[in-house]
Design a protein around this ligand. Structure first.
Ligand code: GLU
Length: 362
């Protein structure tokens, strides 16, 4: 691993080389010390882990207030396990996550790994869309190094804030030699999840993350990870998706099905340049006759559709009712994950058969 001074000068050069749109907007400061421990870069994006309330007992708070240095200063123990490099990517609530920020995170992480500037990366993130950023990076960051996303359900100022322990575990996992080649992971509340199955499943509780179909990849207590299973899906270094020359992804939306839903959203999307639509169907990816007609029309006009389900677990397989068999299914991916995979699939193909094959593999 390169020395600290070397790290700073190389990273400065790298950041200058990243297209302006993705350049880091705030000064970057690095810790001073001798390189012996694994190097972990913390890419901070905001969320509750950087949240602030006036009172420790207050449930309302503002996310994305504290800087990466302030977050790190609440967990000095992480410096015992790793050489920490801090980068403030942005400071937002994750419901405001934008495509250009995904690309910015990707460019920074790709540059760090390509230039051997760190062993692992921790991304601190709001919990609302954490699973989506994790899955995007899982499919696009073509490096074997550990990438761990974490956050908090209680702001940094709260009684029993969960952010510091989550950050400690995330840094420990990103430093762990056996965490390579596992795909992007999410660490929350002592559990380790795969990006492809993790989802936020409670709006406020500290135990809010789960993997409804496959279960957690493992657990981590006191910074000691134990893996329970393998991640069998294609990810990171084996992914076929190369976004290095892209700055946006094909427009892809999600349409939610429900009792007597109208065809209006699908019909509008079909005429406004949308390239892909994921249907969050009822039950096993089902939808009503108005949806079926609008989907057929969209399909014939070149919009690519994927059938998913609004149900929390179980997924959608190819055993269908009367639907167009050319429409791929999302298998165990939630609509929000299926949307990310469809966007990336559409960067390579518009062929429904090829899209269906991609959905089987990832
Ligand atoms: N809505 C905010 C966000 O996702 C706060 C939620 C959280 O971080 O837990 O950033």
């Amino acid at each position: 691993m390169k020395t600290n001074t070397h790290f700073c000068s190389i990273l400065t050069a790298l950041i200058l080389a990243i297209p302006t749109k993705y350049s880091v907007a705030v000064p970057i400061k690095f810790a001073d010390s001798i390189q012996q421990k694994p190097v972990v870069a913390i890419l901070a994006t905001g969320g509750t882990i950087a949240g602030y309330a006036n009172k420790a007992t207050e449930a309302s708070y503002e996310p994305g207030v504290l800087s990466v240095e302030q977050i790190i200063s609440s967990v000095p123990q992480i410096k015992d396990i790793a050489e920490i490099k801090a980068i403030q990517v942005c400071n937002i609530s994750s419901q405001n996550m934008e495509e250009h920020i995904w690309f910015k995170i990707w460019h920074i992480a790709d540059s760090l790994f390509k230039n051997n500037l760190c062993n692992g990366i921790v991304v601190t993130h709001g919990t609302d869309t954490m699973e989506e950023t994790a899955y995007f990076l899982n499919l696009t960051l073509r490096h074997p190094n550990p990438v761990v996303i974490t956050g908090a359900m209680k702001p940094a100022t709260a009684l029993s804030a969960d952010g510091p322990a989550n950050l400690f575990n995330a840094v420990a996992l990103a430093s762990y030699p056996d965490a390579y080649n596992k795909g992007v992971m999410v660490v929350m509340n002592d559990l380790i999840f795969c990006a492809n199955d993790v989802t936020k499943s409670h709006t406020t509780n500290t135990g809010s993350f789960s993997a409804p179909n496959l279960g957690p990849l493992g657990h981590i207590r006191g910074g000691n990870p134990i893996f329970h299973r393998e991640n069998k899906f294609i990810h990171t270094s084996r992914s076929e998706f190369d976004i290095s020359s892209l700055s946006s992804l094909p427009q892809t939306e999600i349409v939610y099905a429900y009792a007597f839903a109208s065809d209006l959203p699908i019909s509008i999307l079909t005429t406004n340049g949308t390239e892909g639509i994921v249907i969050a169907g009822v039950g096993h990816g089902n939808y009503n006759r108005p949806f079926a007609a609008a989907i057929q029309n969209a399909f014939e006009k070149g919009v690519r559709i994927v059938r998913s389900s609004r149900i929390h677990s179980g997924g959608v397989d190819e055993s269908a009712e009367e639907y167009n068999k050319k429409i791929p299914v999302s298998f165990q991916k939630s609509p929000q994950k299926a949307r990310i995979l469809l966007m990336l699939a559409l960067t390579k193909t518009k062929d429904p058969g090829d899209i269906a094959e991609i959905f089987k593999k990832y």
